[in-house]
Design a protein around this ligand. Structure first.
Ligand code: GRF
Length: 201
C-alpha cells in the first residue's frame, strides 16, 4: 500500500513507520511522500534523510481555509496514496480532503478517545486527574478526533508526571500501535461499518 504521511512536528511517529518499512520487506506498505503544514520541522528532515518527496501546505499561503484544504488534497493526491496517515498533523482536514480520501485517513491521538479530544489531549488528561490515559488510532471523519476507532493503547499516569514526561511515555506506545495498525490495514485490508472497523476479514 502507498502511504502519504502528514506531520507538523518532530515526526517520531513518521520515523517509526520509516523504520518498520525498512526493517520488514513483508510490512506491506511504503511511504511515498511526507506532507506538512509548516516548514522547518524535524518531521520534514526525517523525510528528506529517507530520500522521500515532501510538500508543505501552509494555511497562511492561501486565501481561505477551504483553499488550503483543496491545496493539501491536491498535493496529497499527486502521490496516489492508498492510505493517508496523520501522524502528529496538527490541522483539521476539511470537506474537500475528506471527499477525496474519506475512509482512508488514519489519525493517531495521544489520549483514549472519546476522552480528551483536540490539540491538548495529554495536558487535559493530566489536568483532569485521569489515572490511565493512552493513545488512539482511528479513521478520520468530519469531526475532531471522532472517527471510528481501530486500536487503543493504555498508559498509566504517574503522580510525578508533567505533560512532557507523560506524552513521551504515551508516544512509546503510540508509535508501536501505529506501526502495527498501519501494517495490518495495508496487508489485510479493512471494512468500516458505522463505528466498527473490521480488519482483514
Ligand atoms: C503525537 O503524540 C501525536 O498523537 C500528537 O502529537 C504527537 C506528534 O509526535 N498529535 P511526532 O511528531 O510524531 O513525534
Amino acid at each position: 500500500a502507498r502511504l502519504v504521511v502528514l506531520v507538523s512536528g518532530s515526526g517520531t511517529n513518521l520515523q517509526a513507520l520509516l523504520d518498520a518499512v525498512a526493517a520488514d520487506p513483508e510490512y506491506g506498505a511504503e511511504i511515498v511522500a511526507v506532507g506538512a503544514d509548516r516548514d522547518g520541522i524535524a518531521g520534514l528532515e526525517r523525510a528528506e534523510r529517507a530520500g522521500l518527496p515532501t510538500f508543505v501546505c501552509r494555511v497562511k499561503d492561501h486565501a481561505s481555509r477551504e483553499e488550503w484544504d483543496r491545496a493539501l488534497a491536491e498535493a496529497t493526491a499527486a502521490y496516489e496514496p492508498d492510505l493517508v496517515i496523520s501522524a502528529g498533523f496538527m490541522k483539521i482536514v476539511g470537506k474537500e480532503f475528506l471527499a477525496r480520501f474519506g475512509g482512508r485517513v488514519v489519525n493517531t491521538h495521544p489520549a483514549l478517545l472519546p476522552s480528551f479530544p483536540g490539540a491538548h489531549g495529554v495536558r487535559d488528561a493530566l489536568a483532569y486527574g485521569a489515572k490511565v490515559t493512552g493513545c488512539t488510532v482511528h479513521f478520520v471523519d468530519d469531526g475532531v478526533d471522532t472517527g471510528p476507532i481501530i486500536a487503543q493503547g493504555v498508559v498509566e499516569v504517574r503522580d510525578s508526571d508533567d505533560e512532557a514526561a507523560l506524552h513521551e511515555r504515551i508516544k512509546e506506545v503510540e508509535r508501536s500501535l501505529l506501526v502495527e495498525v498501519v501494517g495490518r490495514l495495508a496487508r489485510n485490508g479493512y471494512r468500516i461499518e458505522g463505528r466498527k472497523v473490521h480488519v482483514g476479514e
